[in-house]
Write a protein that binds this ligand. Structure first.
Ligand code: URA
Length: 430
């Protein structure tokens, strides 16, 4: 086959601040997927995009080309509205666990194709795999049957969705080109649009534990993704949410499942409940149910019933004991005062070092490892009061985790300013 373009010309065009037309972007993505464009050439192009940016039309073309590189699912035959949520990831972000069954308890279908954790932000599948028997891999027929019968499915995304993104994302990870709005937006939205949901709510995080720490960058990412969703006919709304401090009290896997079940039982930490309810309202409004009584379905047990059905349908036992850690260490306050800083990032890194996360894609996670916080930012504490407990199966992991937490939690005077990053839900982009 005679290739219509020379990739070096396209790299040069981007390097010099020009833009590529639709046919050029289509070809670049297709040729990269076929292996005609080499990794080093795609890396050079990604770096040129990182430095020069992309016009909105180019971002849309890139997204559509990555969708076209694989299969596109279609749930129009199941007879229910579909809606999904995507979070850009944070520390203690277990919201998908209570959210998917809560939304599905209103008769709406939630097809959640999730990933595993890499680095300090955890993965939804890793958390659910703490539940004995639960399996992430479903056949297409199992997936559709569960979507029809239970309404909520959280499963592993197959490699058939946007394979060009899979290849490009792995390359970006090793070439310093991840933190780039056009590339992040097209990467996330190509997978979500290919997944076939008819509406989508994005939870775009900013602050210490977020992938883009600056709120302005978070807003630009949210605006770019919402526009891509709308252009593709997927009703899309984004909430900009604060990840300055961990979400909830549990950071890990099994402990995050436990906390999610508390929320489903009508309890749980106020911030986890607030975000679950806000995202559920947005998803249900997009699915045509703007007045759904979401709090009522947490209090009344309907969300819990759907959770139990969802876990059972995937082989899990919702009543089984969750894995318990072999070793735990509690850290107590050295002085009395107010918690004025409790940044998410060091706690995410510490939980990861305890074994809750993985350094390489193929590493296993330790489901019982993680951190339970006993205090929140802004709390008043007494000297000697427990602040947090570290859990691991291998006690040798405590030293490195403790190193990450050195100086992280700050106890100040009552009147000191509290570094909480502001309200949990900072804004909405629609
Ligand atoms: N998550 C993705 O799927 N892609 C990115 O580029 C960044 C985060």
């Amino acid at each position: 086959m005679v290739e219509p373009y020379d990739v070096v010309d396209l790299i040069r065009a981007k390097r010099d601040g020009g833009s590529l037309d639709t046919a050029q972007i289509d070809w670049l993505v297709d040729a990269y997927t076929r292996g005609v464009v080499a990794d080093e050439q795609m890396s050079a192009w990604a770096m040129a995009v990182f430095i020069r940016g992309m016009a909105p039309r180019e971002i849309k073309d890139l997204t559509l080309a990555m969708i076209a590189s694989g299969e596109r699912l279609d749930f129009s035959g199941i007879g229910k509205a579909t809606t999904d949520k995507h979070s850009t990831g944070g520390v203690g972000d277990k919201i998908t666990l209570p959210l998917a069954p809560l939304v599905a308890s209103f008769g709406v279908a939630v097809p959640q194709l999730s990933g595993r954790g890499l680095g300090h932000t955890g993965g939804t599948l890793d958390k659910l795999e703490s539940i004995p028997g639960w399996r992430a891999r479903l056949t297409n027929d199992e997936f559709l049957a569960q979507l029809r019968d239970v309404g909520a499915v959280i499963s592993a995304a197959g490699s058939g969705l946007a394979p060009a993104d899979g290849k490009l994302y792995a390359l970006r990870d090793t070439t310093g080109t991840v933190e780039c709005i056009p590339l992040i937006a097209s990467s996330i939205m190509s997978k979500k649009i290919a997944e076939g949901t008819s509406s989508l709510v994005l939870d775009v995080k900013f602050g210490s534990g977020a992938f883009l720490q600056d709120p302005g960058m978070g807003r630009r990412l949210a605006e770019t993704m919402v526009q891509l969703g709308k252009d593709a006919g997927v009703g899309t709304v984004a909430l900009l949410t604060n990840m300055q401090t961990p979400l909830g009290l549990a950071i890990g896997n099994a402990n995050e499942v436990r906390e999610s079940v508390e929320v489903l039982a009508g309890g749980g930490p106020a911030d986890v409940v607030e975000l679950t309810l806000a995202l559920a309202r947005e998803m249900l409004a997009l699915a045509g149910l703007p007045d759904a009584d979401v709090e009522g379905h947490l209090r009344g047990g309907q969300a819990m019933d759907t959770w139990r059905a969802m876990i059972r349908a995937q082989g899990g036992d919702p009543d089984a004991a969750l894995p318990a850690p072999a070793e735990s260490e509690t850290v107590a306050a050295e002085r009395s005062g107010r918690i004025v800083d409790l940044p998410a990032l060091p706690f995410g890194i510490a939980a990861w070092r305890l074994g809750a996360g993985r350094a390489r894609k193929e590493d296993p996670v330790v489901h019982a490892a993680g951190i339970d916080l006993h205090v929140r930012i802004g709390d008043l504490v007494e000297a000697g009061q427990p602040l947090y407990t570290l859990h691991a199966n291998d006690p040798a992991r405590f030293a490195r985790a403790t190193e990450a937490l050195e100086g992280a939690l700050v106890i100040g005077a009552d009147e000191d300013p509290v570094n909480d990053g502001g309200p949990l839900i900072a804004d909405r982009v629609a």
